[in-house]
Design a binder for this molecule. Structure first.
Ligand code: AP5
Ligand code: MG
Ligand code: ZN
Length: 217
């Protein structure tokens, strides 16, 4: 079977990273998270990271000329032949068009866009309580999914930290940016016949079962 090429769509805090951990293991997909890639570049102090940091801290989108190149380069790597899972990209219609152009040129297409639906009040609770592993990026939550040992990643023993853009004020702006720039992608992928909406409220395992049900159809 050819690999699945999946987009995880959803507002900040919808659980894209949480579900990506599960999906990538079971379906053997390469997980491409632009947020994780940009945060790595910021931490490493590369030119890309320097350009991206101010936008990320303000909760704004990093400009297309910075982001599109890193995704297109990543999709050219041979490990993506067996399927990929895009998390946090595309995030605007212009990015979706660029992605289509790159995939067309490679003779590939999107199998499914999974839109995770979560009410805004829940998103704010999730984001302001989120913690992450500095090494493997596994997401945690101070109330909903704490690590077994405080401050230490269950999966790799890495240090757990809070993202600088998870303050209440930045979260509000990220949600606004999502509504204006990213939400239109739901209709875009619906009109192309690849959209599946997933109820993103409930236990992460329960949500994953809904995703599995859709991916196996
Ligand atoms: P990015 O890192 O992509 O952040 P985001 O889209 O804001 O999404 P999040 O990572 O915050 O949420 P998530 O859906 O992954 O949720 P998670 O699983 O962690 O982007 C960051 C920034 O980078 C952007 O603001 C922008 O500046 C830049 N950027 C990135 N991509 C770009 C692009 N394409 N173009 C331009 N700029 C770009 O879960 C959240 C929390 O909730 C966790 O604590 C988790 O444990 C908890 N949780 C998860 N599921 C559940 C559940 N079912 N019940 C209870 N709690 C749950
Ligand atoms: Mg994420
Ligand atoms: Zn870890």
């Amino acid at each position: 079977m050819a690999g699945l090429n999946v987009i995880l769509l959803g507002p900040p805090g919808a659980g894209k990273g949480t579900q990506a951990e599960r999906i990538k293991q079971d379906y053997n997909l390469v997980h491409i998270s632009t947020g994780d890639m940009l945060r790595e570049a910021v931490a490493a102090g590369t030119e890309l990271g320097v350009k991206a940091k101010g936008f990320m801290d303000a909760g704004e989108l990093v400009p297309d000329e910075v982001v599109i190149g890193i995704v297109v380069d990543r999709l050219r790597q041979p490990d993506t032949e067996s399927g990929f899972l895009l998390d946090g990209f595309p995030r605007s219609l212009s990015q979706a068009h660029e992605l289509d152009t790159a995939l067309d040129a490679a003779g590939k297409q999107i199998t499914m866009a999974l839109a995770m639906i979560v009410p805004e009040s829940e998103l704010i609770k999730r984001l302001t309580g989120r913690r992450l592993c500095r090494d493997c990026q596994k997401p945690y939550h101070v109330v909903f999914s704490p690590p077994r040992q405080e401050g230490v990643c269950d999966q790799c023993g890495g240090e757990i930290f809070q993202r600088s853009d998870d303050s209440e004020e930045t979260v509000q702006n990220r949600l606004e940016v999502y509504r204006t720039q990213t939400e239109p992608l739901i209709d875009y992928y619906r009109s192309r016949g690849v959209l599946t909406e997933i109820d993103g409220v409930g236990h992460p395992d329960e949500i994953y079962q809904r995703i599995r049900g859709s991916l196996s159809q």
